[in-house]
Ligand binder design. Structure first.
Ligand code: MGD
Ligand code: MGD
Ligand code: SF4
Ligand code: MO
Length: 682
């Protein structure tokens, strides 16, 4: 059979490449060699043909007239967006010669790759690029902007990113969406919850914002930002006090339940109410719903608890709840923070750390959440930045610092992108990237249990190239002769899937995926069995945490003082973008209408702000402008925005201008939701 690219017309199987837990199966329709329609693949067992609005409108992005087609070099001041077309040969030669000079003068750690998951394909994110920079011995990025704090916290309790199979959650009788705006960010979890609801399940949403998900729930429990650990401890208090715990389960599968029982005595509903803002009787009601649930209870843990200074401890604390009531033995009971552990591919094979030249020391680590200070304050400066799959000028905390760093005249920046993002505007060289539909790659969800393949459906747009292709070219230009830097995409896929440490993937190969498009990994329920915690059990008490200086029992740690501003600012993502992806596409920006700030009517009245007013939001880090939405959707003292908007002449909506670049308690995670701001009418 000829490749999909060679077939001008037809319908071709595909997978959504975006950083979204659902990882939908897609069908791509082609006419005369171009994509004309993208729809869900009805044969995908989890996503079943339903896809989000963003991707239904994906062709508007792929064929957006603003899409980059050629390599460019900067001809105006950094940030101004003035560029001139150059050839790939000139681009690659310029980069390689700058890097060779830099490595000779300063050493390879003067170069920093900055990437994330703008495309979730494993070999285009964790494959050739990581190999290339390992071979170079460049500074190492810590990938901490998304799930780091919560994953480390969850891992202390549960031994890693292992949760329940979401397909089983249709059997749950209680579903708690805890700080996750699933209607926008995990739509098939909502579909599954709807099925459970038809069988009598109740849905509770715990959030700081009456968002789409809260409006859909049976019960919305508004909570003060950053206080969820106290709420979880209050629930535990009631579970123990009213004997709603499963003693036999705790005895067999947990460690520390006796200590925990003592510890939570202090977290009375009244004490917890005064911290969280959740009335004491609601805490008791929720604990009883959970403890007396007639069947499985499932908790979906989102970014809400995690993107705070105390995010690791909070997530660790919430993750203890199913262990008290024995939920993990019930079909669909338990929790999902992230399920990436179940589908772990062979990282060593993907990244090939052994490519590092023996004579060099291990390079330094740079936390991506601190990219601003890394560019501005390091004693051994970063002199070159290579950005791919990411838009740090918009998504990273403390955007003002990030941009000041990017504007440094002595920084040589390369950005590989599909669009002229805010980050790309600061580049010396911009390289055009293929879309996922032009690539070969392997995908694993961090929510469901399917592995999927993408085979190219259309030829590269203009002169664009995939990440793997560009790194092969750069390796050649740098004179790196290692075999691993020449591997084909299909070879890398097989290397990644061949993971002796993960029997769940046994038998899954590139060829099998080419035949079947998606394959479910052989994931067993995490209990009964032995967890990957030090004790092999659910660690309600963690000696490992104690050794690392944390309280060993789950604990509420208040947010630190973030300055003398009246509001806690919660800048979340939105429905029609994927982080800042789609922010540059007019169709999607129009669907989202405008960058909004939700505030409480009492707060707005005090400031003379009315519905629809343009408001300035500021603190000592920076400012941005949003449109006020006044009402009862947030508690007094809290303001919420949605979306990582692009900025330009007509928009000053960069919410990350305001966010703290403090690092969370665990995993060096981000603290996007722990900043304070003031608000005024423009
Ligand atoms: N449409 C869409 N889908 C996406 C994305 C997107 O940008 N757009 N992004 C993708 C990515 S990378 C990720 S990581 C996931 C993120 O998906 P989610 O985890 O759903 O992330 P957010 O939408 O930021 O939701 C966080 C929720 O927590 C709430 N919150 C904030 N602080 C607190 C708190 O202290 N306590 C509680 N209980 N709630 C709080 C916010 O109001 C918000 O509703 O979604 C993925 N899917
Ligand atoms: N205020 C605030 N900030 C946040 C968050 C929040 O909730 N609030 N969420 C945080 C989270 S959870 C995350 S995960 C991060 C996400 O941060 P990023 O991963 O940086 O996400 P995007 O903004 O989507 O940028 C991805 C870029 O990759 C490009 N891209 C896509 N495919 C390819 C490809 O194949 N090759 C190359 N070279 N480029 C490609 C896209 O065009 C896009 O510009 O943002 C974080 N920032
Ligand atoms: S963004 Fe998420 S919901 Fe939308 S198509 Fe992709 S995987 Fe599915
Ligand atoms: Mo994320």
């Amino acid at each position: 059979m000829s490749s999909y690219i060679e077939q001008a017309d037809g319908v071709f199987p595909s997978v959504c490449s975006l950083d979204c837990p659902d990882q939908c199966g897609l069908l791509v329709h082609k006419q005369d060699g171009v994509i004309v329609k993208i729809e869900g693949d009805p044969s995908h067992p989890v996503t079943q043909g339903a896809i989000c609005n963003k991707v239904r409108n994906m062709t508007a992005r792929i064929y957006d007239e603003k899409r980059l087609q050629y390599p460019l070099k900067r001809v105006g001041p950094k940030g101004s967006g003035q560029f001139q077309r150059i050839s790939w040969e000139e681009a690659v030669q310029t980069i390689a010669s700058r890097w060779k000079t830099l490595i000779a003068a300063e050493g390879p750690e003067a170069i920093l790759p900055y990437s994330f998951y703008g495309n979730m394909g494993r070999i285009n994110t964790e494959g050739m690029g990581r190999r290339f920079f390992n071979r170079m011995n460049a500074s190492k990025l810590i990938y901490s902007i998304c799930e780091a704090a919560g994953s480390v916290g969850y891992g202390y309790t549960m031994g890693g990113s292992f949760g329940v199979d979401p397909e089983d959650t249709v059997h749950a009788k209680l579903i708690i969406m805890w700080g996750v705006n699933a209607v926008s960010t995990n739509m098939h979890q909502v579909t599954l919850a709807e099925k459970a609801r038809k069988n009598g399940a109740k849905v509770v949403v715990i959030d700081v914002h009456r968002n789409r998900t809260a409006k859909w729930a049976d019960w919305f429990v508004p909570v003060n930002p950053g206080t969820d650990a106290a709420l979880a401890l209050g629930l535990m208090h009631v579970l123990f006090a009213e004997n709603m715990v499963d003693e036999a389960f705790m005895e067999q599968y947990t460690i520390g339940h006796t200590e925990l029982r003592e510890h939570v005595k202090a977290y009375t509903p009244e004490a917890v109410a005064s911290i969280t803002g959740v009335p004491a009787e609601d805490i008791v009601t929720l604990a009883r719903m959970y403890g007396e649930c007639d069947g499985a209870a499932f908790i979906r843990i989102g970014n809400g608890p995690q993107h705070h200074d105390n995010g690791g401890m909070t997530t660790r604390t919430i993750a203890c709840l199913p262990g008290l009531t024995g939920q993990w033995l019930k079909k669909g009971g338990g929790a999902i923070k992230g399920n990436g552990g179940h589908l772990a591919m062979n990282r060593i094979a993907l990244e090939q750390p052994s490519l590092k030249p023996k004579e060099w020391n291990r390079p330094r680590d740079i936390n991506m959440n601190l990219i601003g200070s890394a560019l501005l304050e390091l004693e051994q400066p970063i002199y070159s930045l290579y950005v791919y799959n990411a838009n740090p000028a918009v998504v990273a905390p403390h955007a003002g610092k990030v941009r000041e760093g990017l504007a440094r005249e002595d920084l040589f920046t390369v950005v590989h992108e599909l669009f002229m993002t805010e980050t790309a505007k600061y580049a010396d060289i911009v390289l055009p990237a293929t879309s996922a539909f032009e690539n070969t790659d392997v995908y694993s969800s961090y929510w469901h249990h399917f592995i999927q393949i993408q085979e190219p459906v259309v030829a590269p747009y203009g002169e664009s190239k995939s990440n793997t292709e560009v790194f092969r070219l750069l390796a050649q230009a740098m004179g790196y002769e290692d075999e691993a830097l020449r591997d084909s995409d299909l070879a890398m896929i097989d290397q990644a899937l061949n993971n002796p440490n993960n029997p769940n993937l046994a038998g899954i190969t590139g060829a099998l995926l080419q035949e079947k498009q998606f394959v479910k990994a052989n994931v067993k329920p995490i209990l009964p069995g032995k967890l990957r915690t030090p004790s092999g059990r659910i660690e309600l008490y963690s000696a490992a945490m104690e050794r690392q200086g944390f309280p060993p029992l789950p604990t509420y740690i208040p947010l630190p003082d973030d300055g003398p501003y009246p509001f806690l600012f919660i800048p979340t993502v939105n429905h029609n973008f994927l982080n800042s992806t789609f922010a540059h596409n007019e169709k999607h920006a129009a669907m989202e209408k405008m960058p909004k700030l939700y505030m409480n009517a009492a707060d707005a009245a005090g400031l003379g702000i009315q519905q629809g007013d343009a408001v300035k939001v500021w603190n000592d880090r920076g400012e941005c402008e949003l449109t006020a939405v006044v009402g009862e959707d947030v508690l007094p003292g809290v303001v919420v925005s949605q979306g990582l908007w692009a900025d330009g002449a007509d928009s000053k909506a960069v919410v990350n201008a305001l966010t703290p670049d403090r690092v969370a308690d665990m995993g060096q995670g981000a603290t996007f939701f722990s900043g304070r701001v003031d608000v005024a009418r423009v």
